[in-house]
Write a protein that binds this ligand. Structure first.
Ligand SMILES: Cc1cc2nc3c(=O)[nH]c(=O)nc-3n(C[C@H](O)[C@H](O)[C@H](O)COP(=O)(O)OP(=O)(O)OC[C@H]3O[C@@H](n4cnc5c(N)ncnc54)[C@H](O)[C@@H]3O)c2cc1C
Length: 553
């Protein structure tokens, strides 16, 4: 009977999973997960995320058992473990989804392809839903995304039969993997839990999500992010569940449904950008922003990390991130304000911030995290001023994010008695620091620098030469601080699987297509000043929507 190895990576589910269904359809299946030390000990890996991963693997094992199978667990370098497992199990080959989250994974998968080839073994890669192998313009990708999200879900196999003689390691405890729990509460991790979150959202939050998603204390979002990061539920299943839920003609619900679907698309869009340009893990999109160098002040960095900047909204975000791993508690807007403070106002390289986020976020996802960091830092845009995201961390941010001060007071109990109207710049209090910087001066410095950097290629006809190239040294950022298993980077090969876009070989049309991923317009002329969109009035007058560009001058 045929035997197929199914290599689970960031697709820890049995439903809407094409490799699993195809493998089950052709015979016996060896569903395997490999604990890979290079990922477990990557400088950006955090204990809480590994704990969530472990819980998701237990759930996957249980789901496979319900189909008559089980998860086979191995440890080591997949480039060696998988060919050996093929031999040991007498399997015909491997089925797996491609994954582009990290450069390391793409180096490893290229090496695996070579190792299998050398041994005459086979692997069949499946494209994840809404992933484009070729360079297409962003509007076309958008269409592809909606088309593929509308395709029927891949059915769950009725049975998964695993050869009984194949041994498996037990699923290890967190400390056996070299990580120690840091007290962050880990949400239940399983497809059933993800479905329950989505159903709970649709029942209880869909009438307010659109208006409240930027208020951290409203907890108006789904909490799906760690599940989506590890593929515990497919994005397509989420989209279809939302679409199949009636809005009963309620405009609030309709807008919230649309907003959530758009955000799910944004997440996939960041992954696709990394597929094209994996260098975005290590570099700003345009060279000039890194070539000029960044400042690094260890005291500012530490104050920002630990929540001692003297700006309550920033300090509350800092402490919330460390205590909760950001799960549900640290929403998009608060992450953005917190991030922008470090890169724009402290002038510190965004990669230090992205690194800190990744070490703590339970939902840490490299393309979303790194690209959001780069965007908030203003280094993904060369012409459009609205992409200068410098938030006023004083009263403006408090009013727009936490008007009652609930979020701030939860994380900064020392400010319990300060009225909300003063939480932007609290009076001198023993036990709470004075502001570590002058907002206006810091902002001016940053705006001037960004203008000078952007000015260098403002009228360039061809932006390709200005884009960051794939660096020769692939050592992950943060290795010098946290160490890690990075030997793979020492003799890194030029090959990645899937391959990066060959920037040097792109023709004019391809270059234009690539640009659509990074700016709305393909021309490079500075935009005329645009009118701000009026704020959308909320149906409930007590609910105000945050304006995205509120404090951009
Ligand atoms: C600096 C910074 C770093 C971030 N890092 C991450 C990260 O590592 N992982 C991560 O999943 N999100 C990240 N985000 C985006 C966003 O903050 C989270 O997706 C969201 O807070 C997760 O909570 P939720 O699932 O309850 O959100 P919901 O609003 O319920 O969204 C559902 C899903 O849509 C996607 N999504 C929502 N908002 C965004 C967005 N702005 N950009 C891209 N995808 C989005 C996510 O997959 C999310 O799980 C970051 C944002 C910023 C500003």
């Amino acid at each position: 009977m045929n035997r197929t190895l199914v290599w689970f990576r960031r697709d820890l589910r049995i439903s809407d999973h094409e490799p699993l269904l195809r493998a089950a359809g052709r015979g016996l299946v060896v569903p395997v997960f490999v604990f890979d030390r290079a990922l477990l000990h990557h400088p950006e890996t955090g204990a809480a995320r590994v704990a969530f991963l472990l819980a998701a693997l237990h759930a996957l094992d249980a789901d496979l058992k319900a189909l008559g199978g089980r998860l086979i667990v191995r440890s080591g370098d997949p480039v060696q473990v998988l060919p050996d497992l093929i031999k040991e199990t007498d399997a015909d080959g491997i089925y797996a989804y491609t994954d582009v989250e990290r450069i390391y994974g793409r180096v490893r998968d290229a090496r695996l392809n070579q190792a299998l080839d050398r041994r005459g073994m086979k692997i069949r890669w499946f494209e994840p839903v809404a992933s484009a192998a070729d360079l297409i313009p962003y509007p076309q990708y958008r269409e592809l995304w909606y088309r593929e999200m509308g395709q029927p879900l891949v059915p769950t196999p009725q049975q998964v039969s695993v050869p009984p003689e194949i041994p498996s390691d037990p699923l290890p405890a967190l400390d056996a993997l070299g990580h120690w729990a840091d007290e962050k509460p880990i949400p239940p991790a399983s497809t059933a839990a993800a479905r329950a979150l989505l159903q709970g959202f649709l029942a209880d939050k869909a009438d307010r999500y659109y208006w409240q998603l930027s208020y951290p204390s409203a907890e108006a979002t789904t909490g799906l992010s760690p599940h989506i990061k590890f593929g515990v539920i497919s994005v397509r299943e989420c989209v279809q569940t939302i679409r199949n839920t009636p809005d009963f003609g309620d405009n609030r619900v309709r807008r919230s449904h649309q907003q959530l679907i758009s955000r799910l698309r944004w997440g996939n869009g960041f992954t696709q950008r990394f597929r094209y340009l994996p260098q975005l893990e290590l570099r700003s999109l345009y060279r000039t922003f890194d070539d000029d160098g960044w400042a690094f002040d260890p005291d500012l960095y530490q104050a920002w990390q630990t929540g001692h900047t003297g700006f309550p909204i920033v300090d509350a975000a800092a402490r919330c991130l460390q205590a909760t791993g950001g799960y549900l508690a640290l929403n998009f807007r608060t992450r953005a304000i917190y991030a922008s403070f470090l890169s724009n106002l402290c002038g510190i390289d965004w990669r230090y911030g992205a690194l800190h986020f990744m070490r703590h976020l339970i939902d840490g996802d490299c393309p979303i995290d790194h690209y959001q960091w780069a965007m908030q830092s203003g280094v993904t845009h060369c012409v459009d001023k609205t992409w200068t995201r410098i938030y006023n961390p004083g009263q403006t941010a408090v009013d727009r994010c936490d008007p009652e001060g609930e979020f701030i007071k939860r994380w900064l109990p020392e400010l319990a008695d300060v009225p909300p109207g003063q939480l932007g710049s609290p009076p001198t209090l023993s036990g709470y620091p004075a502001p570590i910087l002058n907002y206006k001066a810091a902002r001016q410095r940053r705006v001037k620098l960004l203008e000078a950097q952007r000015g260098k290629f403002l009228n360039a006809r061809n932006l390709l030469p200005h884009l960051a190239q794939m660096p020769k040294d692939l050592t992950p950022f943060g290795t010098e601080v946290y160490g890690g298993e990075v030997a793979w980077a020492e003799d890194a090969i030029a090959d990645l699987f899937p391959a990066a876009l060959p920037l040097a070989d792109l023709d004019v049309a391809q270059a234009a297509a690539l640009r659509t991923w990074f700016v709305a317009r393909v021309n490079v002329l500075p935009p005329k000043s645009r009118r701000r969109k009026p704020q959308v009035p909320a149906t409930d007058p007590n609910i105000r929507q945050l304006t995205l560009l509120g404090d951009i001058k």
